[in-house]
Design a protein around this ligand. Structure first.
Ligand code: KIV
Length: 287
């Protein structure tokens, strides 16, 4: 008997249902998606949380960092993802510049994510004073917030680049402090990115909200990866924590190359790819 029917019968996940499953020891699965087919695939695979990450700026839209992507661009991606999911919790990343200015700006941005794109929750980066004030304000407005501490790509320049965080006593204390501050501010869950596994193991027992790791080892409640990384849709250097489960870019390239070769040789289209003319129509036309 397949496990799929039970999964497809599931209701959409919610922050409390995910917290209950994590508390029961179930590992939560989160993946990014930026369009309808990817959301469908994540849904069919039984993923618990789909993140419309601002990583889409790079892997989907081709920017060279997450910084330039606009809220309007994120909303287009998020709407497609929402349409592709039925049971996964849809979390939308607040892009850089869309929440830092004031609590009012953060609430207005989050409301757009919920009303226009159908987001179930939003995610924002950081655990300092500004980030925790925004988490509190958005949560007070009734929108669940996922935090994100450790390596925070939107402010990677200030952190000194895309390297693992929390590797000195002082830096480890800062990550622990940020994680607890995000929880205290009312986040329903948080992402721990690129920190030593031992540090995640210290932080995790101090949290009562689910911690989702990416490059944070296995002592957490779940894992997230960027879809394009795990599918092999990205080229060049990959972070240490990336595991590739497929070679989709190669499959796409091979498929398009085979099509191109057949167009050039005349093998495509074959007679069976064309439409037949009903009897007599051609004679009448020529006559
Ligand atoms: O934007 C993103 O993909 C993320 C994940 C790395 C957690 O924030």
């Amino acid at each position: 008997m397949s496990a799929q029917p039970a999964r497809t019968a599931r209701k959409r996940a919610t922050p409390p249902s995910l917290a209950a499953r994590a508390a029961a020891g179930e590992k939560l699965v989160m993946v990014t998606a930026y369009d309808f087919p990817a959301a469908r695939a994540a849904e069919k695979a039984g993923v618990d949380i789909v993140l419309v990450g601002d990583s889409g700026a790079q892997v989907q839209l081709g920017y060279d960092s997450t910084v330039p992507v606009s809220l309007d661009e994120m909303l287009v991606l998020a709407k497609a993802v929402r349409r592709g999911t039925t049971t996964a919790l849809v979390v939308v990343d607040l892009p850089f510049g869309s929440y830092e200015v004031s609590d009012e700006q953060a609430i207005a941005t989050s409301v757009r994510c919920v009303k226009e794109a159908g987001a179930d929750a939003v995610k924002l980066e950081g655990g300092g004073r500004m980030a925790t004030a925004r988490i509190r304000a958005i949560t007070d407005a009734g929108i669940p917030v996922m935090g994100h501490v450790g390596l925070t790509p939107q402010t990677a320049v200030a952190l000194g680049g895309f390297s693992a965080q929390g590797r000195t006593v002082e830096a480890a204390r800062r990550v622990l402090h940020d994680a607890l501050a995000v929880q205290e501010a009312g986040a329903f869950s948080l992402v721990l990115e690129a920190i030593p596994s031992d540090l995640a193991a210290v932080i995790h027992p101090r949290l009562h909200i689910p911690a989702i790791g990416i490059g944070a080892g296995s002592d957490v409640d779940g894992q997230v990866l960027v879809l394009h990384d795990l599918l092999g849709l990205t080229e060049g250097h990959a972070a240490k924590f990336v595991k590739r489960y497929a070679s989709v870019l190669d499959a796409m390239t091979d498929g398009i190359a085979a099509y191109a070769a057949e167009v050039r040789s005349g093998a495509y289209p074959a007679p069976e790819h064309g439409y037949a003319m009903p009897d007599g129509v051609l004679d009448a036309l020529e006559g």
